[in-house]
Design a protein around this ligand. Sequence first.
Ligand code: SAH
Length: 245
Amino acid sequence: MSVLLVGAGPGSADLLTLRAARALESAEVVVHDRLIDPSVLALVRHSAKLINVGKGPGDGFTQGHINDLLIELAQRYERVVRLKGGDPFVFGRGGEEWLALRAAGVAVEVVPGLTSALAGPLAGGIPVTHRGFSRGVVIITGHGADDDAVDLVGLGRSELTLVILMGVAQRARLARALIDDGRPATTPVAVIERAWTASQRTRRSVLGKLGDLDVHAPAIIVVGAVAALDLSETLAFVGSGVSVG
Ligand code: SAH
């Protein structure tokens, strides 16, 4: 009994690892999340079973249901793939599934994926670190910011790049918290929607105006000097007040 816990990468299928592609091609059943690109699911054999357990509004799959389903499938099939967007272990609850499966005596193999936290900004020409701009990156979730679950204290005063996942709904609140904690309202921000898909889009602004940006999930929010960069443009940076060190 085993399950393969596989990272699907941030979008288009050619960003899968070879190992992930092989796992999909040989799977008998694939249990996947909502945000998986159609080009990735297209690699799954027609005879294989595809189960969408995407936790969108209103469809009753809890994490407990998903764990139970995986355990049950592992007992019935040889090649079960649990496919998650990006990397399964970056806000993907991969660890919880791994532990639940192990507790049930199911062996788990993992295939890491390219996380949207690092690859997403690059879709907008933004490197998360860049000499003279940022010496490091912090990845956080914006989910739960409404109940103060996200502790931003210290992140305002830091000059590290901040990459926020699941932050679109709470963007105004997150920006305010960072400004209150010492980040200048003029700090560059960028929002990359649907990175590495056919409909990707990048919006840029400054922290003080993040709440006014018309953006939609799924998206990555980048805060910090690198957010003003667009390495895909001839002009190496956009916006003002940022100098190349
Ligand atoms: N495990 C995933 C993240 C899951 S949390 C990973 O490693 O990428 C879901 C959040 O990821 C979304 O709310 C969004 O912030 C981000 N996300 C995932 N795919 C994305 C994409 N293609 N473009 C922009 N953001 C994405």
